[in-house]
Design a protein around this ligand. Structure first.
Ligand SMILES: Nc1ncnc2c1ncn2[C@@H]1O[C@H](COP(=O)(O)OP(=O)(O)OP(=O)(O)O)[C@@H](O)[C@H]1O
Length: 359
């Protein structure tokens, strides 16, 4: 979690966001810290409603109009065209400027349902060219040629023909490839993928994950995956941040999170994951549901669902305890005064198996 400006492309600090609703303010993001090391893939994982999407929508200047950013910074380290390094706090920028200079140009986002991010009335080629023309005033022929190259890069055959087609003429997997081509059009250095494969069947899902992985390696870009699916995380991530009720509760490298998880919520997620080979054999489902963030959360938000909760959890939210330079978890179980608690034996056995066979 240490912030090294030289190596970190995106650094979110103390982010707090509230939504104004008829029922009162919803405290959706409650002090989030996330670092994205340059050239790596970071997965942000957690149940629905934990705040994964909202966090990164803030970085894109696309928060809903009833949102209020109470505090925090989103520091983005980039390079000008001539290679000189620059730093900007995105949260200090006007929304208009984020859309002009950041969104779709330096940081691009892919959403889960390609049908909602593609315009059904516009040919595919034009949709890929749009960003280049808007951000860089790229001449039309040049933009066309680049769009054809991008379609080839994302694995679409007969790209010239596809350029003139409409989204409904393509399969779901192809449409997601087009969405990726659009995201790459301005050569971003950060790609945010929000559940990019949930709408796809398993075989196509695997192909899209492979594609994003190849693009990440070839272009050397930094990638953020937002997902509730640890199976996806296992396939793509270098680093993992586990999110619960608007906070990061555990952060570490892929090996630290899968082989040495420390937070009972991470234990729950890993136990609830279907076996990576057999696709079934869930050990456990986390009981209950996340708290309603309309109300203040006293103490640790996970305590009511946590079989290992301590008395202190009801009163005080745990800080992030440091396990290694890259591994942190917010659980009072890590306090030196806490009783020694081990993860459930079934999970331990599963982890031992994963260690032997690879994640
Ligand atoms: N415009 C809004 N008005 C009120 N509440 C909102 C708004 N947008 C998001 N929220 C709330 O913020 C919280 C975080 O939502 P977010 O979409 O980031 O969750 P998520 O972890 O990405 O979940 P999912 O996987 O379902 O997308 C949720 O409780 C959600 O209801």
């Amino acid at each position: 979690m240490e912030n090294n400006a030289k190596e970190t492309v995106l650094s979110i600090r103390d982010l707090s966001i509230t939504f104004k609703t008829g029922a009162g303010p919803v405290n959706a993001i409650r002090g989030v810290n996330i670092d994205l090391p340059r050239g790596t893939t970071l997965a942000v994982v957690g149940e629905s409603g934990s705040g994964k999407s909202v966090t990164f929508k803030a970085a894109m200047g696309i928060l809903a109009s009833n949102s209020v950013v109470n505090s925090g910074s989103i520091v983005y380290n980039y390079r000008h065209n001539d290679g000189t390094p620059a730093t900007v706090d995105i949260l200090k920028m006007k929304t208009r400027d984020i859309r002009r200079h950041i969104n779709g140009k330096r940081i691009a986002m892919i959403f889960q349902d390609p049908m909602t991010s593609l315009d059904p009335t516009m040919p595919i080629g034009k949709q890929i060219m749009e960003g280049m023309v808007w951000h860089y005033k790229t001449p039309k022929q040049q933009a066309w040629d680049k769009a054809v190259r991008l379609l080839t890069e994302v694995g679409i055959e007969e790209p010239e023909k596809r350029m003139r087609q409409y989204p409904h003429q393509l399969s779901g997997g192809m449409r997601q490839r087009v969405v990726i081509a659009i995201a790459l059009a301005c050569d971003p250095d950060v790609l945010i993928c929000d559940e990019p494969t949930t709408a796809l069947d398993v075989t196509i899902q695997a192909k899209i994950l492979e594609l994003i992985k190849r693009i990440q390696a070839e272009r050397g870009i930094s990638v953020i995956y937002i997902t509730h699916d640890l199976g996806v995380v296992a396939k793509v991530a270098d680093f993992v941040n586990v999110m619960y009720a608007g906070r990061i509760v555990e952060a570490g490298t892929i090996d630290e999170i899968f082989y040495d998880p420390r937070h009972p919520y991470t234990w729950g997620l890993l136990s609830a994951m279907p076996d990576l080979d057999t696709e079934d054999d869930r050990l456990y489902t986390i009981p209950g549901s996340p708290p309603n963030l309309l109300h203040p959360v006293p103490g640790d938000a996970f305590a009511p669902r946590n079989a290992y909760a301590l008395n202190i959890d009801e009163r005080l939210d745990p800080p992030l305890f440091r396990i290694s330079e890259t591994h942190y978890a917010a659980s009072w179980l890590l306090d030196e005064r806490a009783p020694k608690v081990e993860m459930p034996p079934e999970l331990k056995a599963r982890i031992e198996r994963m260690k032997k066979e690879g994640i």
